[in-house]
Ligand binder design. Structure first.
Ligand code: NTF
Length: 832
């Protein structure tokens, strides 16, 4: 009972947020002079960025608090999105847009003597992810807030995000990404929230003093604290602000005095540092699994802290345990958080004393699992020994879960040993492994893929035996999407404004199907001219980025052909660069006078990081740069062809690159790219795509129409047979590709030795990614691109029609589908 007088004072001063230019300016100056202890005389762009961000953050916190109170008061069901990666990029511009105060802020900082564009550039990217999987989590968290869904993200607050990439002599070099160099205004340290997490130790059987029954107990060996850092996530067109909670590891305060007193000061300090190392760095592998102990430690640390938090929140509601799944939905973003299944079962049985079967039913009703890849090398498997040493009690529970599951299978399918061994959580290999995907499927009520083709493929290939066991209803599809706030409004303000002028405002940004209304303007020449002018302006901006990062000058009138994404053999940047070499050879072989009539001037733009240990991917980067240095300095070629590799591709650079493309490449071997999401970003920004019949390309084709996309190559259903042909020695390398290989081998692009393995992979080692099978078809498609690009007006028409039909790919639609079909949660909007 708080006295009335107190209440009045609190009410008078509480939550007075600014709402006009004056209010913002007063906050800004206050932060410069007090928070930052600076003044008008020494306020640089960094200080201006921090003062701006702190002012916006204050506003966010007010709404964050209201939203959290509302959710608690209404006792709503929440969705918890567990992702080891959140590739957020910059926060300030996004917050200004979502709060709809960007113009206000621009005016205010201008009056204070700054330019908003300069201030925005100061912010380092929050690059806590590798690629598509991490960026998807970031888009989802934006859409959860925008759709007013009560949802939290849980992740790790790495001190170092994905490495920053330098190009030295054409090779990738890695440098640490210390994104927390300056204080981070977008996080709220919750230093009082410290959750102990145990590792190692042993298990014992003890008697429960209440029931008299014996039960298992885990006696942990090493304890580490998880400290919470909260990132408020504003929605667009709502005052709802959700929370992204990131854990940071720190040593328990119980310093080892024993050791200290024995004079082993060094060792006791080393132990402290070991604790901090858990959240030190993001593992830089994309679509590849590497069984490192520290990675498993990260996973358990994050999962244990998050579940402790979730369970604590549920206990406060005083509901009976069987209502847990009515209050809590947990989504597993890939298998990385699968230990959560085991941890919840442990909490419910060992700690809360529930019967095994009762607990297990709660677990299954709580979790959903999203698969993001069918590629074998990306599926997580932990060696049983490693697992059992780090998490001895969890290993026992895994065995018990598996036993119950296999007994169920055996009952349903008697005498099918093959089935039992394929669905078992334990892989009976040497050494034995725990298959995390199997555990995730068994522990969830729903499993989804991320595009229609991918969701079909998981049922037919890696999880087909689970379809046999559970039936196909357990498996579903939610095609990926992207947030139009960042990927249209923020990345491409010009286009976003033009669209708003035609559709009666920015309402389309949270109702993306409204884009359909653009179709009626396709035949308006004035509109097409405006559309084209915006593209040219964006290409000019991209040309400036290319010049500043590579030193190469490119002509914005050329066709900008872009492939930016992680460098991976399955994504086939090698196919692209082989095609570029072919084009170069053709150009050289064409008489000078005929060149401009035969070829459209083109800039081939590459970008992306290779995992530091991925030799072939690094070789591809070197080849691109080697080809670039030959082609770009060939006086005969001039503007007809340029080849550039933009270093350190990240979210902020993507925001410049996507709007500036005419054509982007999504050319993975059919069946390997689960979805792809940059394909959506490029099309939403008025670029066309050249691509294989893979991932979300299939649905993009369905939405924009076959005439507006350049498809080529073999289909997923043919891949197995083609690979078989190669293995039987029946490879056929088309003549065009032979010429390309000859040029490389002749030393035309530098020392051929280092590229030999790349060529041999295609020629002699089975051509696993079917480059030789798709090469001719790829060249055909590129030829068609040249022809279409010459018809300027038609190209613009295609661009407009494509954008008009991209509504389906909003991540808002994804979140609605998850909410309805998997999480069973409802939106709840704060009434302002
Ligand atoms: C990636 N998977 C896929 O390779 C992409 O096609 C997809 O768009 C994104 O997920 C998001 O769904 C992975 O990164 C992983 F980890 F599964 F290999």
């Amino acid at each position: 009972a708080i006295p009335l007088k107190c209440r009045e004072i609190w009410k008078r001063y509480g939550a007075n947020e600014f709402s006009d230019v004056d209010g913002f300016e007063s906050q800004f100056v206050k932060h410069v002079e007090t928070t930052l202890a600076r003044s008008i005389y020494n306020c640089d762009n960094l200080a201006a960025y921090q003062a701006t961000s702190n002012s916006i953050r204050d506003k966010l916190i007010v709404h964050w608090n209201k939203t959290q109170h509302l959710h608690t008061a209404k006792d709503v069901k929440r969705i918890y999105y567990l992702s080891l990666e959140f590739l957020m990029g910059r926060a300030l511009d996004n917050a200004l847009i979502n709060l709809e105060i960007r113009d206000l802020a621009a005016t205010a900082v201008d009056e204070l003597g700054f330019r908003l564009e300069d201030i925005l550039e100061v912010e380092p990217d929050a690059a806590l992810g590798n690629g598509g999987l991490g960026r998807l989590a970031a888009c989802f968290i934006d859409s959860l807030s925008t759709g007013n869904y009560p949802g939290w993200g849980y992740g790790l607050r790495y001190q170092y995000g994905i490495f920053s990439q330098k190009i030295v002599d054409g090779y990738q070099a890695e440098a640490p990404d210390y994104w927390l160099r300056f204080s981070n205004p977008w996080e709220l340290p919750r230093l009082e929230i410290q959750i102990p997490v145990d590792f190692y130790g042993y298990t014992t059987t003890v008697k429960d003093p209440q029931t008299g029954k014996s039960k298992k107990q885990w006696n942990g060996g090493e304890q580490i604290l998880a400290v919470a850092y909260d990132f408020p996530i504003p929605g667009y067109g709502t005052s709802n602000v959700n929370n992204l909670r990131m854990w940071s590891s720190k040593p328990t305060t119980e310093f080892d005095f024993q050791k200290f007193n024995e004079g082993d000061y060094q060792d006791s300090l080393a132990q402290q540092q070991r604790a901090e190392s858990i959240t030190a760095v993001l593992y830089p592998n994309d679509n590849f699994y590497k069984g490192k102990e520290l990675r498993l430690k990260q996973q358990y640390f994050w999962v244990a802290a998050s579940l402790h938090d979730i369970v604590r929140r549920f206990i406060k509601t005083k509901r009976p345990w069987d209502q847990f799944p009515d209050q809590v939905a947990i989504q597993l973003n890939d298998t990385h958080p699968t230990l959560a299944v085991v941890e919840l079962q442990r909490i419910l049985t060992d700690l809360q004393g529930l019967e095994w079967d009762v607990a297990w039913s709660i677990v299954q009703r709580t979790f959903g699992y999203t698969n993001h890849t069918v590629m074998a090398e990306a599926l997580e498997k932990w060696p049983v020994d490693l697992f059992g040493t780090l998490l001895p009690r969890h290993l026992e529970i895994v065995y018990d879960i598996n036993l119950a599951f296999l007994q169920m299978v055996e009952k349903k399918f008697p005498n099918d040993r093959g089935l039992l061994s394929s669905v078992s959580v334990i892989e009976e290999s040497q050494p034995k492994n725990i298959r995390m995907a199997n555990l995730a499927i068994i522990g969830s009520h729903r499993v989804n893929g991320v595009a229609e083709l991918h969701s079909q493929l998981i049922k037919q290939t890696i999880f087909s035996d689970f379809v046999k066991v559970y039936g196909s209803d357990k498996f579903t599809n939610v095609t990926n999407g992207i947030t139009p706030r960042r990927w249209l409004r923020q990345a491409n303000p010009g286009l976003a404004a033009l669209i708003a002028s035609k559709l009666g405002g920015y309402g389309y940004l949270n109702d993306l199907n409204k884009l359909k209304g653009l179709e009626q303007f396709v035949e308006d020449p004035g509109f097409r001219a405006e559309w084209a002018a915006i593209k040219t302006a964006n290409k000019t901006k991209l040309a400036a980025l290319i010049a500043s990062t590579t030193g190469v000058t490119v002509n914005p009138n050329s066709l900008f052909d872009v492939q930016v994404k992680r460098i991976h053999e399955y994504k086939r940047q090698q196919l692209n660069i082989f095609g570029v070499i072919w084009r170069y050879l053709q150009l050289k072989a064409t008489p000078k006078a005929e060149r401009t009539t035969k070829f459209v001037p083109k800039v081939s733009i590459f970008g992306g990081k290779a995992a530091p240990g991925y030799y072939t991917a690094k070789t591809i980067i070197k080849l691109v740069n080697s080809v670039g240095s030959v082609v770009n300095s060939d006086p005969e070629i001039g503007d007809l062809l340029k080849v550039v590799f933009i270093p350190d591709y990240n979210v902020s650079k993507a925001e410049v690159i996507c709007p500036g493309s005419d054509l982007s490449e999504h050319i993975s071997t059919a069946g390997t790219e689960a979805s792809g999401t940059s394909n959506m970003k490029f099309v939403l920004n008025g670029g066309l795509i050249i691509g294989t019949v893979d991932g979300a390309n299939v649905e993009i084709t369905r939405e924009v129409g076959e005439d507006n996309i350049f498809l080529f190559g073999n289909l997923a259903e043919d891949v197995e047979d083609l690979r078989h042909e190669h293995h039987m020695g029946r490879s056929h390398i088309p003549d065009s590709l032979v010429q390309v290989f000859d040029a490389i081998s002749s030393g035309q692009f530098g020392t051929p030795d280092e590229f030999q393995s790349l060529l041999d992979g295609v020629r002699f080692h089975g051509d696993h990614y079917l480059v030789s099978d798709d090469f001719e078809s790829y060249l055909e498609a590129q030829k068609l691109v040249d022809e279409e690009f010459r018809k300027k007006e038609d190209w613009v028409r295609k661009s407009i029609i494509s954008v008009a039909n991209m509504g389906f790919f909003s991540s808002d639609r994804c979140i609605e589908e998850y909410a309805e079909n998997i999480w069973n949660i409802e939106p709840l909007e704060e009434k302002v």
